[in-house]
Write a protein that binds this ligand. Structure first.
Ligand SMILES: Cc1cc2nc3c(=O)[nH]c(=O)nc-3n(C[C@H](O)[C@H](O)[C@H](O)COP(=O)(O)OP(=O)(O)OC[C@H]3O[C@@H](n4cnc5c(N)ncnc54)[C@H](O)[C@@H]3O)c2cc1C
Length: 369
């Protein structure tokens, strides 16, 4: 019998498998598809990592731990997975995003530079910001090489003894004695504890979740890099919409998206959908607003992520199933946290001391909303 069964080998499941073997547990894990597949949320060459966090100070301890574990992953895999490019938060003066980023930096003593639009335009003319903007530069932010990191997590988990079963969909998880039986077309697998990291499909294994998680359709655009040297950035427009832009991995190529895109959410968006004319129009117009004169996007890609109402993850024991840990709803900003959330999920599963306080990520919190 394995100590931990992980359902889902996206970033969260892979990081859980790596954390499980580091904790000395016997780990078995399953994914419905193969390595690097495009049916979930974790594929793609790059993800942004920000060291001061406009989403809230509650993320800062988890972020601190993530930075430490990304370094550990780099050291153990021998690969460069994090590029410290610096990053910018840009928003209209006085916007909550700027206030929260500053509060994170001040509370946790992280280096940062606050500047007005004129100074920012002198540094990065391509931004061409209007007068009413404030900018915070975080020199510690950067880019994670996500496809390579996912492969490294899988390799290290396997090297530690984890059994990773790709192309093996879990059909159900049934209580079995003190643990569970994981049922797949390939057979039944007894485990003591389960980590449910099934992303958009997590509610299939923790039924109460369907009340609080929603899958959102997201479209990203690719373009030939911004003129000049611009770090990855997020920008809130005057109408409140927020864009993120970062290097796409291939030299000279960038990618970008609009958080919540066209507000399309629901179970029907778990599957694939085509890019349409409205997606193209919307993203082309947004890019032209934030990088005027930049070449328009020439490739688009549909993907999805899973959110709660306030975009905070669920990292908690399933109140309905003793021994099941939920690591879900990791949203459009969860990748950077994967090593720390995986580690915390394993601690919950093994009843070990928690590496960071998880109060902000309980399921009960979401159900109360
Ligand atoms: C376009 C986009 C841009 C993003 N940008 C950033 C960013 O810049 N920075 C950042 O930090 N985060 C970012 N994110 C968010 C981040 O990528 C996600 O939070 C993260 O990848 C979620 O990982 P996951 O493992 O929870 O989910 P997933 O990657 O969806 O993994 C779930 C896995 O479960 C498997 N599964 C489901 N059901 C079953 C079953 N029955 N049996 C077996 N396996 C099953 C699926 O096949 C899948 O592999 C972005 C996300 C998107 C979509």
């Amino acid at each position: 019998m394995h100590d931990i069964g992980v359902i889902g080998l996206g970033a969260m499941g892979l990081a859980s498998a790596w954390a499980g073997v580091r904790a000395g547990a016997a780990v078995i894990a399953f994914d419905a598809f193969g390595p690097g597949h495009t049916h979930g949320s974790s594929h793609g060459e790059t993800r942004m990592i920000r060291r001061i966090y406009s989403e809230g100070r509650v993320y800062m301890p988890l972020l601190e731990q993530s930075y430490a574990l990304w370094s550990k992953l780099e050291a153990e895999s021998g690969e460069r997975l994090f590029h410290q490019t610096g990053g910018l938060d840009i928003a209209p003066d006085g916007h909550a995003l700027l206030n929260e980023s500053r509060a994170c930096a001040d509370t946790y003593s992280r280096p940062h530079i606050f500047m007005d639009s004129r100074t920012a335009n002198d540094c990065w003319p391509a931004l061409d910001l209007p007068e009413n903007c404030g900018v915070i530069k975080s020199p510690e932010s950067g880019v994670l090489m996500s496809d390579a990191a996912n492969a490294a997590l899988a390799r290290l988990a396997r090297a530690g003894g984890a059994r990773l079963n790709w192309n093996t969909p879990v059909s159900s998880v049934q209580p079995d004695g003190d643990g569970f039986m994981i049922i797949t077309p390939e057979g039944k697998f007894p485990v003591r504890r389960v980590i449910n990291a099934a992303g958009p499909w997590a509610d299939e294994f923790s039924p109460g979740l369907d009340e609080v998680i929603r899958t959102e359709r997201q479209v990203i655009g690719y373009f030939d890099g911004p003129p000049g040297d611009v770090p990855p950035f997020q920008r809130v427009l005057d109408d409140g919409r927020r864009l993120y832009l970062l290097p796409a991995g291939t030299p000279g190529r960038w990618k970008f998206g609009l958080y919540h895109h066209r507000q399309q959410a629901g179970p029907e968006f778990r599957g694939a959908s085509e890019v349409d004319a409205e997606d193209r129009r919307l993203l082309t117009a947004c890019l032209n607003t934030v990088l005027p004169g930049c070449p328009p996007p020439d490739r688009f890609e549909v993907c999805r992520f899973t959110n709660t109402a306030d975009t905070r993850f669920i990292l908690d024991r399933d109140p309905e199933q003793a021994g099941m840990v939920i690591l879900a709803a990791c949203s459009g900003h969860g990748y950077k946290f994967a090593p720390a959330t995986g580690e915390a999920a394993v601690a919950l599963a093994l009843d070990a001391p928690l590496p960071v306080d998880l109060t902000a990520f309980t399921l009960a919190r979401q159900l109360r909303r």
